[in-house]
Ligand binder design. Structure first.
Ligand code: F0G
Length: 455
């Protein structure tokens, strides 16, 4: 087959700047060895996140001029509502400024202290919002989902046996089940339609609703089309529609497959839950028809949701991560296999075998990637998921991964080629990479603001 080209041409460009290694050493020290604290202009290739960082299309920029900025009942809200009702089949569409606001609001009205919520893997903000409300967030992904090297087409699947055990033993404490598509923290791995159908039926048997975290629903739907028997001839849109219809509601950070720079929503079947969510939303987000967004943001999202489901775009999108993955595997770099939708995850324990959990290998690898080539990735390991306990001891994380997440429609193939070259050069001198210790940390989401010292 021929090269899978970017299925767009470039209409507007933004310069990026190369720094010297000496500069990067100084800049990282100033950032307390935490790449979240770097200035973006000091980063060459920013793979920190695929969230809100993508390029909008000329059609989206055009729609922005159509934004109705009325405080209540804006035309832009009804346009978005129409698109989302058709996609999800849910009546109640509640915009929020981003995903975690949707989570905070839904959990505030749908959970109680002491309850338990199962998920394949809770994303860090989802877990934090549940824990903030005194709810236990349990991760029940299938065992393959925790083994970086095991190839399985749907490593995001939830372990139905474990879910049933939980429902049998603690069912009275479970308000609903969640499922994250794709499973970001577990490697951007998809969930199969078969697994979703069975999970939905299991929850129904115990009288529990299913709430999806649908940040990357379009990428998940494309994986289903490409990998799941019997799905090849369906449109991605119809696959996505079926996913939504198996559930009772969803939260979404539209900054991913919504193809916008800001936005999110809650969508629900249940009218009374929606009413409670709107009442809560008014306190912090604004009026329920704009939820903390401008009318123009709602317009951009209405267009973005359609563009994010286009199959030639999705084919190129999934190929990007696969292409990077192939290059790294060929150079002997261990990654989460198969590659996920939005990112490549490097196994930092395997990359830096001389480091211990207390050295935070994935964090250390992030620092090294910046120093080596001006690349910014994100740690998904002991700093993000570990905790400092009251007695001063630390808990760590089963996996130590560095996620290189790819902004949508932004970088070209030569950017990815360069990134692969940097990683391969770093591999040759991996034994020189130093570990880190945490000098200062916050109680929740500590990775964002932590200050580090060299081990
Ligand atoms: N759920 C998942 C699966 C996510 O990946 C994110 C965000 C959220 C919820 C929260 O959404 O950021 O709009 O408040 N993930 C980003 C990331 C931050 O880099 O993966 P948000």
């Amino acid at each position: 087959p021929k090269t899978m080209i970017e299925p767009f041409r470039i209409k507007s460009v933004e310069p990026i700047r190369m720094t010297t290694r000496e500069e990067r050493v100084r800049l990282l020290e100033e950032a307390r060895l935490n790449v979240f604290k770097l200035r973006a202009e000091d980063v060459l290739l920013d793979f920190l996140t695929d969230s809100g960082t993508g390029a909008m299309s000329s059609r989206q920029w055009g729609a922005i001029m159509e934004g109705d900025e009325s405080y209540a009942g804006a035309r832009s809200f009804f346009r978005l509502q129409g698109v989302l009702q058709k996609l999800t089949g849910y009546e109640h569409i509640i915009p929020t400024h981003q995903g975690r606001a949707a989570e905070r609001i839904l959990f505030a009205v749908a959970t109680e202290k002491g309850q338990i919520v199962p998920n394949n893997t809770h994303f860090d903000t989802t877990r934090a919002n549940l824990e903030f409300d005194g709810v236990e967030a349990v991760d029940l992904v299938i065992p393959e989902g925790l083994q970086p090297a095991t190839v399985h087409p749907f490593k995001g699947n939830i372990d139905l046996g474990k879910v049933e055990d939980l429902l049998k033993k603690e069912g009275h404490r479970v308000p609903f089940g969640m499922l994250t598509v794709t499973n970001n923290s577990g490697g951007g791995q998809p969930v199969s339609m078969e697994n979703m159908r069975a999970y939905s039926a299991l929850l129904k048997k115990y009288g529990k609703p299913l709430i999806l975290d649908v940040c990357r629903f379009a990428e998940n739907a494309m994986f289903i089309k490409l990998r799941e028997p019997g799905m090849q001839d369906r449109t991605v849109e119809s696959i996505a529609q079926e996913m939504f219809r198996l559930a009772d509601g969803c939260t979404m950070s539209a900054k991913k497959d919504g193809m916008v720079n800001i936005g999110g929503f809650i969508a629900l079947k249940d009218a009374s839950l929606a009413e409670a969510a709107r009442a809560n939303l008014v306190i912090t987000e604004g009026f329920p028809t704009y939820g903390g967004l401008a009318g123009r943001d709602l317009e951009a999202l209405a267009v973005g949701l359609e563009e994010g489901l286009q199959e030639d775009y999705l084919r190129y999108r999934l190929r990007t991560a696969e292409y990077m993955g192939e290059k790294l595997l060929a150079a002997g770099v261990d990654i989460v296999r198969p590659t996920g939708g939005h990112a490549v995850y490097i196994d930092a324990k395997a990359f830096l075998p001389h480091l211990q959990p207390c050295d935070y290998p994935a964090w250390s690898l992030c620092n090294a990637l910046y120093l080596e080539g001006g690349i910014r990735g994100v740690e998904i390991g002991g700093v993000m998921f570990g905790k400092r306990l009251e007695d001063g001891t630390e808990t760590y994380s089963a996996m130590e991964l560095v996620r290189l997440a790819f902004p949508r429609r932004m970088y070209t193939q030569s950017h990815f080629d360069y990134a692969a070259e940097v990683i391969c050069e770093l591999k040759a001198k991996a034994s020189e990479v130093r570990g880190v210790r945490i000098a200062k940390q916050a109680k929740f989401l500590r990775h964002f603001t932590a200050e580090m010292t060299w081990a």
